[in-house]
Design a protein around this ligand. Sequence first.
Ligand code: SF4
Ligand code: MG
Length: 283
Amino acid sequence: MATMQDYSNKVTPTWCPGCGHFSILRAIQVAASKLEIPIDKFASITGIGCSGRLSGYLNGYSFHGIHGRSLPIAQGIKMANKDLVVIAAGGDGDGFAIGTSHTLHAIRRNLNMTYIVLNNQIYGLTKGHTSPLSDTGFETKSTPFGSMDNPLKPGITALAAGATYLAQGFSGFQDQLIDIIVKGIEHDGFSIINIFSPCVTFNKVNTYQWYRENIKNIDEDSTYDSSNYQAAMNKLIETDGLCSGIIYQKNEPSFLDKLQGKEAKPLTDLNLKISKDEFENLL
Ligand code: SF4
Ligand code: MG
């Protein structure tokens, strides 16, 4: 029987004591052990930021990529080896600033993998400046008068892009985190999980206490129907994005389902306007 220790590579994290990312790392390890994912079938890919360290602490295949690019790398890995359980992860800056277009297109592609956003509403690694998910008025060294931009709401953005699995969690709700990661990995398609993860060093506004006071846990509402798109959108709007649990899930053919039975055609079979030799001379 697998244990969470099987998914730890024994490297000591360099995160600040109390960082919310510890809880997410543990939740992934517990979720992987519950699903008994073989280590040689487990791949984690991260971008840049404090969140990027995550892949360096997980056992299995791991790849610490470049800023905002965990998703194209992860999708390539999944397409090259469809037997792998692939988890991509990145911060709020990684996924919703430089990597925004990758996030949107990966969501609508619905390839079978999981994307975890370690959302602390700030850039931590670069010593605390405003991210696209920081609230308006948020004061940092980069926004001394307070952020003047409206924040993106990751849940609403993901739903609008056509997410087939959207969950949100909070580093302080460990049991729920494990549950939404297990179900996200089991989902037949692309699962996006936005996790509120306090940066205890630089974000003195969105603290553990602040999230506890402001997040609405939808698991406490037995009438909530996560298969209802309109209800999911309403919940995100009502709570200003601050809700946790499985917000929305629907069954729809995944990218791999759509690929079944299709075979790549050799270049010569394509209806090209130029000959193969002419085409190759262009390269
Ligand atoms: Fe965590 Fe913030 Fe420290 Fe980075 S700077 S490790 S996000 S607490
Ligand atoms: Mg961040």
